[in-house]
Design a protein around this ligand. Sequence first.
Ligand code: GRF
Length: 212
Amino acid sequence: MKRIVILISGRGSNMEAIVRARAAEQWPAEIAAVISNRPDAAGLAFAQSHGIATAVVDHKVFGPGQSGREAFDAELQRVIDGFAPDLVVLAGFMRILTPAFTAHYADRMLNIHPSLLPAFTGLHTHQRAIGMGCKFAGATVHFVTAELDHGAIVAQAVVPVLPGDDEAALSARVLKLEHRMYPSAVRWFVSGQLALESGRVRQLAGESQSFS
Ligand code: GRF
């Protein structure tokens, strides 16, 4: 049984999709904990109501600057490791992570980012895609490295950008695919179906790594 720890900051709809898929598809894995950096994250209630352990590591108590960031990451790492995870899943976890933290979870931490990486790293991805006149947008699941929104790509989902789209319409269209893609990527990891070859990720059972 692999152990998964999921980190959230808010709504937690991707976390919810993963929790539901794990139960429905009977993965060889359990959700060991859901951890938030915000005490008011809506997703915590869902996790608790499904009997999943939850924890909060509130970044605000660690103060500003690099030392605050390092202290927060050290405490977060201590709490995560208390649940002995095989995989850490960032699901709408809105924190920039220190290199020591990302190194500690190298090759065992996934993130979902709402753009077709390497385009649009950072925030406000959908707004920026609309503003650039992009005809397609999407989301990417990738392994986490020290560089923000980089790391080997596990899966991508693509949707059209339609005339008249605003940020809400586009993000809703992308989110639907995120909820299919991210559970698949996590299932692949816990089933030992991902191989990292020359910096690229291959799905060993031949399942498609592209979603549309
Ligand atoms: C998603 O769009 C995800 O791609 C991004 O933040 C959003 C999180 O949504 N990283 P949720 O908290 O999973 O509902």
